[in-house]
Design a binder for this molecule. Structure first.
Ligand code: GLC
Length: 744
């Protein structure tokens, strides 16, 4: 064969392999291009426009646009959010089928922790450190949502949060980039399942891009100002993990980052997301965030806002009307190119093709499937399972817990005891009814057996009346054991729910004092979507259980833990401060030049003269009804090249009398580095179940990825030197440690 033919043939094979490598199912790119060619500019702009479905507003409702069904028929809408149910979504899709090109709508919904069967709030699930359980929770939520006509969930929220005053800390995975990245991956995989196009898969959405959780003062929507190195070290990793897991969409954030509103950030949306990371999905704004650039003072009107956003890589406009009202003129004025519009439309149409909506716009609109799929018993069982795994045992002095089935009587006291739908927490949907939610009272009734249950509310959540105290104390005196169910109102965390004072609200702590004064054994359950401050209770209550908001199966899960049917295994994914004055406080901090040498060291050290230095409860803290012994740590070697690795192994033994789960955590510290590195960073963990007396060997592999960090040039590097290796049951409960050296 002559040379020319050879080259020709190899070119042919290269082109074929290129097509095969890049091919999506059934030539979607070609179908997108063919449709794009038929579309008018107005129809293209319509695809970039998202309206609220008026079932529930999750943001400030702007001026009405008249009948949205008519707008859809005119081809002015690409997506609708906040519509629930097959019947409702079908009506809107039928309107889209009356448009000239019959481009189907995308239906988006905040399916954050469950659709009909509500699961624990995301921060609670994060406390399980159980990726399989977290993925399963998202998988079930997606299965139900897809059966309910939803194509797209605005989840997972992957914002790192180090400030518990910020109400949206409830929606994420806490303060740690490593744990947060694993959870982001689990949730994306759960929501998207075997891939778009499957009838039980929905598009996931990594949000809020980015650094929204670093709002100054923990005040929602507030500015964020940080070094790019901190951005890359702490806030971007969970987004990159979501992208690597194949997340279909991103949502940008309300905040300005270093003076640029995220919706207008070319750096975030094009340089990082679309160029450096190669993101092929699309970016939706947050509710009205494009128009809010005017409030930021970044632009003077919606015309300029639309120009800034679309040129920065924001593909879809949620609810600001900036795109639908201004993009045509921006194109005419040559401020926005048709090419830019086409790129955004291409990204959105591609997802609609991948979902199969062009083949059948009603494929998610089956009333029969909706009835068949929602609230399956196995979904309810899964919700109970992950709820139990999310409950954190903060304290258990004098072994008050688990409760004995032979207890004569238990007094259930407090404002949370009989709550029902509130257990679903913030960002839960009004699907299903309250009877599906199990209160603490109901859960205890299921398991109390011969034990007599007494009840007194004692006080309300936020009021200051002590009128119920006498009855509560009297009820406590009649019981053998007291279980108090206290906490925040479910909607005291969530969007636009920042608190300057995160104490247990009202006069609840005084009620706890009054009941503890009876001398009875008291267990305090704390319901919240954030770390709260409850210093006196933490010091005086013998047993404290953090129950977060656990969803439909709350009452059963809590009773399972209180009676020891499930031995608590959860660990805090976020630091609990002693008081608001300590905020921000997080475990992976730098050492400073004057680190305190003891908790009360104030002698020219970085500390407060009026407060201990440690948090009230540390990242990774969580007790069990049993005990675990760590020993026999071994390193395969004491030094490694960056191309090499070190295997660390150690034994864990269950030295108590209950079977239980333990999360063994690996922390590393780079002892000398420029720039400096935190005093410890979570780099691996293993959750393992052990029977009483059982011993297992755990191994972690240390490679350069666990040692790398960003330098001031934002290069990801490693530096040779010594590292401290710590194995712990919590970030402040290190059981084993050793050192190793990274060689050049
Ligand atoms: C809200 C939230 C965002 C949510 C969106 C749609 O304002 O910030 O997380 O997905 O609007 O409800």
């Amino acid at each position: 064969m002559n040379k020319a033919k050879c080259i020709l043939l190899s070119c042919f094979f290269i082109s074929v392999s290129a097509v095969v490598v890049n091919a999506q199912p059934a030539g979607i790119p070609q179908r997108v291009e063919a449709l794009l060619k038929k579309m008018t500019l107005a129809e293209k702009i319509g695809q970039l426009n998202q309206y609220n479905g008026d079932w529930a507003a999750t943001g400030p409702v702007t001026t009405d646009v008249g009948n949205k069904l008519d707008a859809i028929k005119r081809g002015e809408v690409g997506s609708i959010l906040n519509i629930t149910g097959v019947q409702h979504t079908r009506v809107f899709q039928e309107a889209a089928m009356k448009s000239r090109l019959k481009i189907p709508l995308l239906f988006g919904q905040d399916v954050i922790h469950g659709y009909s069967v509500t699961f624990p709030i995301p921060l609670a699930e994060a406390a399980s450190w159980d990726m399989d359980a977290i993925e399963k929770s998202a998988r079930i939520a997606a299965t139900e949502a897809a059966a309910g006509g939803v194509h797209w969930t605005f989840a997972p929220m992957v914002d790192i949060a180090r400030d518990p005053r910020w109400g949206r800390v409830m929606e994420g995975a806490g303060e740690d980039p490593y744990l947060g990245s694993l959870i982001a991956t689990a949730r994306v995989k759960g929501f998207q399942g075997k891939g778009l196009g499957n009838l039980d898969a929905v598009m996931a959405c990594a949000k809020h891009f980015t650094a929204y959780g670093a709002a100054i003062g923990g005040r929602d929507y507030n500015s964020v100002d940080m070094s790019l190195r901190t951005l890359w070290e702490v806030y971007l990793p969970p987004f990159k993990a979501a992208l690597d897991a194949g997340v279909a969409t991103f949502m940008n954030s309300f905040n300005d980052l270093n003076g640029t509103p995220a919706s207008a950030s070319h750096y975030l949306q094009r340089e990082i997301l679309k160029d450096k990371w190669g993101f092929k999905g699309f970016v939706v704004s947050d509710w009205g965030s494009i128009g809010e650039m005017i409030n930021h003072g970044y632009v003077k009107d919606n015309y300029e806002a639309a120009e800034a956003a679309i040129n920065a890589g924001n593909d879809m406009d949620m609810e600001s009307r900036s795109y639908i009202n201004n993009l045509a003129k921006l194109v005419a004025d040559k401020k926005v190119s048709v090419r830019t519009i086409d790129e955004a439309v291409r990204r959105i149409l591609t997802k609609k093709f991948e979902l199969g909506l062009f083949d059948d716009p009603y494929r998610f609109s089956s009333e029969e499937r909706e009835k068949r799929v929602l609230n399956k018993p196995e979904f309810i069982a899964a919700a109970r399972d992950v709820a139990r795994k999310s409950i954190v045992l903060l304290k258990n002095d004098k072994r008050v817990l688990p409760l004995s089935k032979n207890t004569g009587s238990i007094a259930l006291i407090g404002p949370m005891v009989k709550l029902k739908k509130e257990n679903k927490g913030f960002w839960s949907l009004d699907v299903g009814d309250e009877s599906q939610v199990v209160s603490l009272y109901e859960g205890m009734q299921q398991q109390a057996g011969i034990t007599k249950l007494l009840y007194a509310q004692g006080c309300d959540i936020t009021d200051t009346s002590k009128i119920g105290f006498a009855d509560a104390v009297k009820t406590a005196m009649q019981a053998d054991v007291v279980v108090m169910a206290m906490g925040e109102r479910f909607d005291m965390t969530g969007e636009a729910k920042s608190r300057s004072d995160i104490h247990l609200p009202g006069i609840q702590e005084e009620l706890i004092k009054a009941v503890i004064a009876t001398g009875k054994p008291v267990v305090v359950l704390l319901y919240a979507g954030r770390p709260m401050v409850f210093d006196w209770t933490a010091d005086h209550a013998p047993a404290i259980v953090y129950t977060w908001w656990l969803g439909n199966q709350a009452g059963n899960a809590i009773a399972d833990v209180l009676y020891g049917n499930y031995n608590p295994s959860a660990k805090l994914p976020v630091t609990f401060p002693r008081t608001e004055g300590q905020i921000p406080i997080y475990y992976n901090h730098y050492n400073t030049g004057r680190p305190p040498h003891a908790d009360n060291d104030v002698n020219y050290t970085s500390s407060y003269i009026d407060l201990l230095n440690s948090p009230k409860f540390a990242f990774g803290h969580g007790l069990s009804y049993t005990t675990f012994k760590y020993d026999n740590i071994k390193l395969s070697k004491k030094s490694m090249l960056k191309t090499g690795s070190i295997t660390v192994s150690f034994d864990i033994e269950n030295t108590g009398k209950y079977a239980g789960g333990e999360v063994a955590q690996l922390y590393l510290r780079d002892l000398v580095s420029q720039p400096v590195r935190p005093v410890k960073e979570l780099k691996d963990f293993k959750k393992l179940m052990l029977q009483p007396g059982e011993k297992k060997t755990v191994t972690f592999i240390i490679n350069k990825d666990k040692l790398a960090f960003y330098n001031d040039k934002l290069e990801r590097i490693t530096q040779p030197g010594d590292f401290m290796l710590m194995i712990g049951s919590a970030s402040d409960d290190i059981r084993l440690q050793d050192k190793f050296t990274l060689l050049d």
